[in-house]
Design a protein around this ligand. Structure first.
Ligand code: BG6
Length: 479
């Protein structure tokens, strides 16, 4: 049986807005996540896990686990407070120090340039990604990063989960709540973001020829609901709409054809400018990073016109609302899959083979090196009075997934690293700090006023000790 490659990048992930806090420290500007519409009872992103003041302690704990890599993101508004123009030297220095701290322990930082947290001024002044000006502003921000960190960073990620921003349409991942923008507007944002990434990839290769750069979408392979050929076509269509639309243009320089029909039905017309497709053809990502929490199952769905107004007043945590968003007329419909694995410990349903399947599919289609930049299990953890946290459910989830990843590598999947979500507890996109993912527990609750003055003490969860052994044995220990 094949083992994990010797230089396999074991680590874990976070994002600036969700972990950093220090939202008003040392010249940082506001991001749209600082004013985001929050779900009732959930904390803001202002203090998060206060990585800003705890980074040395946090990175030391990652080193104790044996991390080879730490996938993190840079806050655009810490580097450029209004998203353009003046550079905040304190911000540049902060990330220099973080990288230095990682290097001290031999941890390779894998850096996401943009993880949802757009500078607020760019949203207010230009309407965010609805404005083509954002392409140049993003590329300029990238230039600042590439020039300042060219001696520090080997792996850059252009965008976190661009497809989550676009594909879910009415689920406003960025601003919070439910968006009422049309499909035409949303998919045109998507096109502009792809052009911006293509330009950033080219620029990175010019400024920092030794660095590697790639996109980091959320890739969730579609299983056909049955052996009915119509379901197989639906699964292909869904992969094109949900996954390939975001990778094909960057790797092959063209969009997948099957999506045209969906666009026609939803009155989407891409505003393609001269040079857009050329830059996609010219850029060459060095690898693909992907986030994968589970695969979807797709059933054939006839054409009909989806009325987004139906969803206007929905609570974005409501499952029937999410299910409605997963209906893609003329493409397919995501349905429940009865073959999912039921966890022994807490009975949650999951798909341990999701990464194995997806990494094999991506290897076949793109033949590029792959790294998993998110995967994991979010739950409320209990801090016992003796400072322990018994998250056996998380261990079970990760263990079964890693076993499958190992098989995937044996079958030829070109994986070079695994960085689950998350290194340390952080604030969930929609569910506060109560939904925890970390190996390291952060002692705070949803109360921002308390968090502001809290020490936010760190504790090692059971999964911390377990993952340390997995890394120590390069994936041999999977008990
Ligand atoms: C991914 C995002 O979609 O999933 C992360 O890249 C996010 O930012 C993670 O936190 C888990 O989702 P959630 O909604 O539980 O925070």
């Amino acid at each position: 049986m094949t083992n994990f490659p010797n230089n396999f990048l074991w680590g874990a992930s976070t994002s600036s807005a969700q972990v950093e806090g220090g939202f008003d420290c040392d010249g940082r500007g506001l991001s749209i996540w600082d004013t985001k519409k929050l779900n009732p009872g959930t904390c803001s992103f202002h203090y998060a896990s206060d990585f800003y003041h705890h980074y040395k302690e946090d990175i030391a704990m990652m080193a104790e686990m044996g991390f080879k890599a730490y996938r993190m993101s840079i806050s655009w508004s810490r580097i450029m407070p209004t998203g353009e123009g003046d550079i905040n030297l304190e911000g540049i220095r902060f990330y220099k120090n973080v990288f230095k701290e990682c290097k001290k322990y031999g941890i390779e930082p894998i850096v996401t340039i943009f993880h949802f947290d757009l500078p607020l001024a760019l949203q207010e002044n230009y309407g965010g990604w609805s404005n083509r000006k954002l392409i140049d502003l993003y590329v300029e921000y990238c230039r600042v990063l590439f020039e300042n960190y060219k001696d520090d960073i080997k792996y850059w990620l252009t965008f976190n989960e661009q497809n989550a921003l676009i594909y879910f349409g009415a689920l406003d991942m960025i601003g919070g709540g439910v968006s009422t923008r049309s499909m035409n507007e949303i998919y045109n944002d998507g096109h502009r973001q792809i052009v911006a990434q293509a330009k950033a990839i080219k620029l990175c290769h010019e400024i920092s020829p030794n660095a590697k750069i790639g996109p980091a979408p959320n890739i969730t392979t579609s299983y056909p609901a049955s052996c009915n050929p119509k379901d197989q076509i639906a699964a292909y269509n869904m992969d094109d709409l949900r996954n390939n639309w975001y990778l094909d243009p960057l790797v092959f320089g063209e969009y997948p054809k099957s999506v045209d029909r969906y666009f026609e039905l939803n009155d989407v017309k891409l505003d393609i400018h001269e040079g857009d497709m050329e830059v996609m053809k010219e850029c060459k990502p060095d690898f693909i990073a992907f986030n994968c929490y589970g695969n979807d199952t797709t059933e054939h769905l006839d054409y009909y016109k989806l009325d987004l107004n139906e969803l206007k007043n929905a609570d974005n945590r409501n499952m029937s609302y999410l299910a409605k968003l997963m209906e893609k007329p003329g493409v397919g419909k995501v349905i429940h899959n009865e073959y999912m694995t039921k966890a022994e410990i807490d009975g949650h349903y999951y798909d341990p083979s999701c990464i194995r399947v997806t990494a094999r599919r991506l290897t076949d289609r793109y033949h590029l090196p792959l790294i998993v930049t998110e995967n994991g299990y979010g739950r409320d953890d209990i801090l016992e009075s003796d400072g322990t946290i018994h998250d056996q459910y998380r261990i079970e989830h990760l263990r079964e997934t890693i076993k499958e990843i190992k098989l995937g590598i044996e079958e030829g999947a070109m994986l070079f690293g695994y960085c689950p979500w998350s290194a340390i507890d952080l604030v969930s996109t929609r569910e506060g700090i109560t939904k925890r993912y970390g190996f390291i527990y952060v002692d705070r609750d949803e109360d921002d006023e308390k968090a502001k003055i809290s020490e936010m003490k760190r504790y090692r969860k059971d999964s911390f000790h377990w993952y340390k052994k997995v890394i120590e044995t390069n994936g041999e220990y999977l008990e």
